[in-house]
Design a protein around this ligand. Structure first.
Ligand code: FAD
Length: 450
């Protein structure tokens, strides 16, 4: 088998995490090779960005391309309660007057294509439609990968660092049994796309809307305006509520939920659906470790948090930056141990926990930001900072003291589990469900459940 040793860093996966770490490292002088198993553009969910992505885009040299893009500008987030009462928008410029207080709503197929092409422009070697079959280990130390090339041949690539950015496949945390499932954040999702749905004419037209479904369902709709008058609309709820005893027709369930949610219903009543209905089980999880000897995990391959605040791409980008810094440090010290590569984990986990607490607060039946802010108006800027993704900011956690009066705030994930691990796939299988992405047309659910 052909063996290639031309590179410093091997990246598996060309989503936002993988393409960003490849761009940063290549720009900063490392020899990088990236493997993506799909041919881009390809569909992906995760369209609403948080404003703090700005600083990673800046480091990657991507800002100008985004400024020139047709993506819708996002200035705010707005919530509606289960009775349909809408909050005042949380404008990011209330917390910052920097250009970074505006971000983008992105069609992921186009955005991810932009990112992977950018990685190549920065000097990374990019192979698309090239799947990594396995990571090569010498005892516990990763030293390369085996790639299935487009001509059908298997090739080995060897390098001091392998970055796992395989998304929810989470290649290495699965291999090591490191994936820890969040005990409470287990949701089902149905989503699709509409043309001609309601849009405010001013800057509110770019807002992400979070529209709670009626009491008892503990769910919500996202409403994300995209370019070309397309709106992404999805309902997130407990799987027991969304699927059990509701019949087999996903479209029927989706439209029933829209009917029940007045603030969504009127917005799409004159719109035309332009795509199939997608179904996903989304379980929040995190890996026990973010690195081992010779390898590092970033993006969804490290952890995934409920989509309520659109934190996925932001966290993927922040992890790409933290990993890039760590990789430079490893080269500078010629030390590729897990301890050095994963030195940032406590900082990262603290940031993720700040966001996770806000997720839990949202799912407390009856919690509303408006109610909390009526009693704690001084916390408005802190809330907006979190909604912007400023999770590493000193003191951003201060809101959880006063918020504990309004909602149960969880202890950190690892403490909550008392060190025991939950196997994501096993837990899903026990419920007769697959934890992997599944896409449906308007077909019956049962046919597609393994
Ligand atoms: C319902 C839902 C809604 C969401 N909404 C939002 C939102 O509004 N905003 C937001 O920021 N985030 C959102 N997210 C989260 C977001 O989708 C992810 O966090 C984000 O895509 C993570 O990026 P990534 O690069 O880690 O993974 P991915 O984007 O999944 O990329 C991983 C890539 O790795 C490739 N790959 C996998 N295995 C291999 C292999 N063996 N060899 C080669 N390539 C491989 C895959 O093909 C894929 O392209 C949402 C998620 C869900 C489930």
């Amino acid at each position: 088998m052909e063996v290639n040793t031309d590179y410093d860093v091997i990246v598996i996966g060309g989503g936002p995490a993988g393409s960003s770490v490849a761009s940063i490292l290549a720009r900063e002088g490392r020899r990088v090779v990236l493997f993506e198993k799909e041919r881009f553009p390809r569909h992906h969910i995760g369209e609403s960005l948080m404003t703090d992505t700005y600083f990673t885009f800046q480091r990657m040299g991507l800002l100008e391309k985004l400024r020139q893009s047709p993506f819708v500008r996002k200035y705010s987030v707005q919530f509606a309660n289960s009775a349909g009462k809408e909050s005042r928008p949380f404008y990011f410029f209330e917390a910052s007057h920097h250009e970074a207080a505006v971000t983008w709503q992105v069609t992921r197929s186009e955005f991810d294509l932009m990112l992977i092409e950018h990685a190549a422009e920065q000097g990374a070697t990019v192979y698309q439609e090239t799947s990594i079959r396995r990571v090569l280990f010498e005892e516990e130390r990763a030293y390369g990968v085996e790639a299935l090339m487009t001509d059908g041949s298997l090739q080995q690539f060897q390098a001091p660092v392998v970055v796992d950015a395989t998304g929810q496949t989470a290649m290495l945390s699965n291999k090591f049994g490191w994936r820890v499932r969040d005990p409470k954040l287990k949701k089902a999702v149905l989503y699709s796309y509409f043309k001609g749905a309601h849009r405010e004419p001013d800057l509110n037209g770019g807002a992400t809307l979070v529209l709670r479904t009626p009491k008892g369902s503990n769910g919500w709709f996202w409403y994300i305006p995209l370019e070309n008058d397309i709106t992404s609309v999805g309902v997130v709820a407990d799987p027991e509520y969304l699927y059990k005893d509701r019949g087999k027709d996903l479209a029927k369930i989706f439209y029933e939920e829209i009917e029940k949610c007045e603030s969504c219903r009127w917005r799409v009543s004159d719109a035309t659906r332009t795509d199939k209905i997608y179904s996903i089980l989304d379980y929040s999880y995190r890996s026990k470790s973010c690195a081992g000897d010779g390898f590092i995990l970033i993006g969804d391959a490290y952890g995934f948090l409920d989509p309520i605040y659109s934190s996925g791409v932001l966290l993927a980008l922040k992890m790409a930056e933290l990993a890039a810094d760590s990789i430079h440090d490893a080269f500078n010290h010629n030390d590729f141990s897990g301890a050095r590569l994963g030195q940032y984990q406590s900082k990262l986990d603290k940031g993720i926990e700040s966001m996770r607490k806000l997720v839990y607060a949202f799912y407390n039946e009856g919690f509303s930001f408006a109610g909390f802010l009526r009693k704690n108006p001084d916390q408005r800027v802190n809330i907006i900072s979190l909604l912007m993704g400023d999770v590493f900011k000193e003191g951003v956690d201060d809101i959880y003291g006063p918020m504990a009066e309004f909602a149960d705030i969880p202890p950190p994930l690892y403490e909550q589990l008392d060190g025991s691990l939950i196997d994501l796939e096993k837990a899903a299988a026990e419920e007769g469900l697959s934890a992997k992405y599944r896409y449906y047309d308007d077909r019956v659910l049962q046919e597609s459940v393994e």
